[in-house]
Design a binder for this molecule. Structure first.
Ligand code: HEC
Ligand code: HEC
Length: 430
């Protein structure tokens, strides 16, 4: 049993209070398009221009393979802009390094809607709900929440031997100093920016951070579900059933962690509460590091994250990602163990009722549940609904519910044009 069972409790109460999905209200849905400087005072204009120039520079840095030791790998190699900044392939872990043949140990996340990630805390009190309830470890960047700011995050791929593989900060900065945008780095961060490698890398990190905060590219809120919340389009009968099963505490209970309703402030939902949870996923034999049976990725307690090492209650915990744009991913979860969205959803339904479907059998002939965690940490695995049912029992979600939820998740992909807006555009062009 998890110590932080209260997360379920609050969300269950909220769902009950709002009557589930049927009560999803269109009132107050805010149109969060790109911020426009209409109301800005004239003195703010140079600041806005500078902010836009920094983000534009960040975009160039993001796309530049010359920043890697191989000369072939950019941020976009793993975070493909055409695929909502997630990998374009179904590899569980991406290949990088000097010769492009080194693999990492974790799936590359998509980067959309990550800008709002709160800093990591071991105890999170939600300002939207019951502030007195501890929702447990929450927030931070990467799957284990070990980094707070994007500007600090970027040093990881730039310097990791299995990613962009620069030998040190000076190597990154030397590459940037030779790039076509070097003059812009000087203009924006000072003529002497390249003199101190650490400072230059900070500038590069800040530019990338600014780019990753650009709403138009990273949080456009242009999915069909957003149009639905704005009252611009109806969901199909199946999508609507999927939304209900997703929200229903007795079935998917997904919205417990992947928030799906407008916030009390009227903001569009991010489909994550940024909480760190152990889902007890199957071990993925396609990750090369897993060939060593003694090697485990324990998430928040290590080995990549070090500050919580030795604290058993954090072992196996990984951060809940946003489910926006999840339908265009081709591998799922921190270890990329599933390559179909349907499997990812079905795992929630039958992890405990039909473990033989997901876990290999041990010497005793029984499925070895939670085989990606050493036995002493398996008690950390979440047992709230839809989990926690008996082997052979009835799954919390039917096959139909699973299909419906998959259909609903497909409404979370950005780039949907609501018909009414299209009609208005036609009317205006006459
Ligand atoms: C070789 C593949 C690869 C490359 C190249 C790469 N990343 Fe990543 N990225 C990852 C992986 C894997 C993670 C998850 C790391 C973890 O959990 O420890 C990640 C995580 C992130 C995150 C954290 C997302 C979150 O909110 O949890 C950000 C931000 C990010 N990358 C930005 C970048 C930027 C900027 C670059 C270029 C400087 C870059 N990445 C290059 C694979 C890559
Ligand atoms: C108790 C919190 C919780 C609940 C309830 C929950 N999830 Fe998750 N979800 C997570 C966490 C944490 C992860 C990441 C875990 C990991 O990779 O180790 C995740 C990951 C996912 C992913 C993979 C996303 C990606 O980018 O790889 C999908 C898909 C998903 N959840 C769908 C669902 C659906 C559908 C439901 C309801 C049936 C649901 N989740 C219920 C916490 C939750």
């Amino acid at each position: 049993m998890r110590a932080y069972f209260s997360r379920a409790l609050i969300c269950g109460l909220l769902a009950a209070a709002s009557g589930g999905s049927a009560a999803v209200s269109n009132a107050g849905a805010r149109d969060l398009g790109p911020a426009l400087p209409w109301g800005a005072d004239p003195p703010a204009q140079p600041a806005l221009r500078r902010a836009a120039a920094i983000a534009a520079l960040g975009r160039e840095l993001f796309l530049d393979p010359a920043l890697s030791a191989s000369g072939r790998m950019s941020c976009a190699s793993c975070h493909a802009p055409a695929n909502h900044f997630a990998p374009a392939n179904d590899l569980p872990v991406q290949l990088g390094g000097r010769r492009g043949d080194q693999s990492g140990t974790r799936a590359a996340p998509g980067l959309t809607y990550a800008a709002a990630t709160p800093f990591f805390t071991e105890h999170y009190y939600d300002s939207d709900g019951n502030e007195a309830v501890d929702a447990g470890p929450t927030g931070g960047r990467t799957w284990d929440g070990r980094i707070n700011r994007v500007r600090d995050q970027v040093a990881i791929p730039l310097l990791s031997a299995n990613e962009m593989a620069n030998a040190d900060e000076a190597a990154v900065v030397a590459r940037a100093a030779r790039a076509p945008y070097a003059s812009r780095l000087r203009e924006l961060y000072g003529a002497d920016v390249f003199r101190d490698a650490h400072r230059a890398l900070q500038a590069i990190g800040q530019s990338l951070e600014a780019y990753l905060q650009t709403p138009a590219e990273f949080s456009p809120f242009t999915s069909k579900y957003d149009a639905f919340l704005r009252g611009q389009v109806a969901l199909s009968a199946q999508e609507m059933r999927g939304l209900r099963a997703f929200n229903d505490p007795e079935r998917g209970n997904c919205a417990n962690c992947h928030h799906s309703q407008l916030t009390p402030n009227g903001e569009l939902p991010l489909f994550t509460d940024f909480g760190l949870i152990a889902l007890g996923l199957p071990r993925n034999p396609r990750i090369p590091a897993n060939q060593d049976p003694a090697w485990f990725d324990l998430g928040a307690c290590g080995p990549l994250r070090r500050d919580l090492a030795g604290q058993a209650q954090f072992c196996g915990l990984f951060k809940a990602p946003s489910l926006r744009n999840v339908a265009t991913r081709r591998s799922f979860f921190h270890n990329g163990v599933f390559t179909s969205l349907r499997d990812a959803v079905a795992f929630y339904a039958t992890r405990d009722t039909n473990p033989e479907r997901w876990f290999p059998r041990g010497p005793d002939g029984k499925p070895q549940k939670f085989d990606d965690l050493p036995p002493q940490y398996r008690d950390n695995v979440n047992m709230e609904p839809p989990f926690g049912r008996q082997p052979g029992g009835q799954p919390a979600m039917s096959e139909q519910d699973i299909s419906d939820i998959v259909a609903f998740l497909q409404t979370l992909t950005d780039g949907f044009t609501p018909p009414r807006v299209a009609a208005t555009a036609v009317a205006r062009s006459r």
